[in-house]
Design a protein around this ligand. Structure first.
Ligand code: NDP
Ligand code: MG
Length: 382
């Protein structure tokens, strides 16, 4: 039996993880966490009976306690994520919180030798080098949950020699604004941007998909997970979202992983690896599908993607700045404080004023993150 901790169990990935895990006696839930949503967290706790639950917003801890029996321990605050991520009894930690909030817990889990199933891509974007070096030292396995990275990981099973990989072909749905020009993007609303054509996801990643920053973050995520250079990664827009990504090898052979658009599949694979479990998930109907198409992304209309490549090439603290500026700008857009087209502008300006520090420590990363957020909030970027 694998004992699982889920950080961010009340989100889109967290709830889908619980849904799929509930079907298998091979897994038990050791701990769950939420930020605010204690109603759902309590419901999940009563159903899955973890030993411990955490709410990062401490002011909600007392109300959460009232909802639960005494044998479920309640813990709270930011530090609670680290507590859960390092529980002695845990076999694997699913990191499905959103944003930089996952970085410290991910590092703590890895430093204590835990395997992690990683959905939280912002952690690798901001702290990829630290996370991968820590995993090398402790021997922890980082199992990707993001569908593209799960696909690449699956295509690489059995490839012992990293030098055999020529290129990674990262697929993108193109988001709700595929085919739009700059003029039409000026008018889009929050509601338009949240309507993803293929996937139903949390609000932040839905906006990232609309700006194509999601793909930019995924390019950086892939760089760390698979140790490839920026020029070895090509983004292909594939509107059907059936091919979840591909690997081209040095002999010209290409392997792809295909599957229905359902995150429960990569979640299950990450948690059951190296095994595959029988699953009752939607299958692809190839005849109904008819064709699979691929096109080049529009780098001009969607500048977030080239900005991410740029941040990756600069390295050091720059990807953390890209991430912090993006998180802040997306939040402002969701609150209707800025227009959609302002998102890449705020990111670019934040990158221009930042003085990159190479080989950053955790403190350097958190400082670059904080400074970027404050600069945007103080409206200092002209
Ligand atoms: P959601 O917004 O749906 O869920 C986020 C989860 O994290 C919730 O449990 C939330 O708690 C918790 N949370 C939010 N803010 C904080 C914080 N500051 N500290 C601690 N916990 C917090 O996000 P998603 O599930 O969509 O995405 C999670 C991660 O997975 C992201 O990094 C995303 O990029 C990645 N991902 C998501 C995919 C998807 O299909 N959704 C696909 C691939 C990757 P509460 O509910 O209480 O607010
Ligand atoms: Mg993805």
């Amino acid at each position: 039996m694998k004992r699982i901790v889920i950080l961010g169990s009340t989100g889109s990935i967290g709830t889908q993880a619980l849904d799929i895990l509930s079907k298998y006696p091979e897994f038990s839930i050791l701990a769950l966490s939420a930020n605010d949503n204690i109603d759902l967290l309590a419901k999940q706790a009563l159903r899955f009976r973890p030993e411990i639950v955490a709410v990062t917003n401490s002011s909600k801890a007392a109300s959460l306690k009232e909802k639960l029996p005494d044998d479920i321990k309640v813990t709270s605050g930011k530090e609670a994520l680290v507590e859960l991520a390092t529980l002695r009894k845990a076999d694997i930690i699913l990191i499905s919180v959103v944003g930089i909030s996952g970085l410290e817990a991910t590092l703590a889990a890895i430093q204590s030798g835990k395997d992690i199933a990683l959905a939280n891509k912002e952690t690798l974007v901001a702290g990829g080098q630290l996370v991968m070096e820590a995993a090398k030292r402790s021997g922890s396995k980082i199992l990707p949950v993001d569908s593209e990275h799960s696909a690449i990981f699956q295509c690489l099973q059995g490839t012992a020699d990293q030098k055999a990989v020529d290129k990674i072909l990262l697929t993108a749905s193109g988001g709700p604004f595929r085919g739009f020009d700059y003029e039409s993007l000026k008018k889009v609303t929050v509601e338009d941007a949240l309507k993803h054509p293929r996937w139903s996801m949390g609000r932040k990643i839905s906006i990232d998909s609309a700006t194509l920053m999601n793909k930019g973050l995924e390019v950086i995520e892939a760089r760390w997970l698979f140790d490839v250079r920026p020029e070895q990664m090509e983004v292909l827009v594939h509107p059907q979202s059936i091919v979840h990504s591909m690997v081209q090898f040095v002999d010209g052979s290409v392997l792809a992983q295909l599957g229905a658009t359902d995150m429960r599949l990569p979640i299950l694979y990450a948690l059951s690896w190296p095994n595959r479990l029988q699953a009752d998930l939607p299958l692809i109907d190839f005849v109904k599908l008819g064709s699979l198409t691929f096109e080049k992304p529009d780098f001009e209309t969607f500048p977030c993607l080239p900005l991410a490549y740029e941040a990756l090439k600069i390295g050091g603290t720059m990807p953390a700045v890209l991430n912090a500026a993006n998180e802040t700008a997306v939040e402002m857009f969701l609150q209707s404080a800025i227009d959609f087209i302002e998102i890449p502008k705020l990111i670019e300006k934040s990158m221009i004023v930042h003085k990159t520090k190479l080989n950053p420590t955790l403190e350097d990363i958190l400082q670059a993150d904080q400074e970027t957020r404050e600069r945007i909030k103080r409206d200092e970027l002209i």
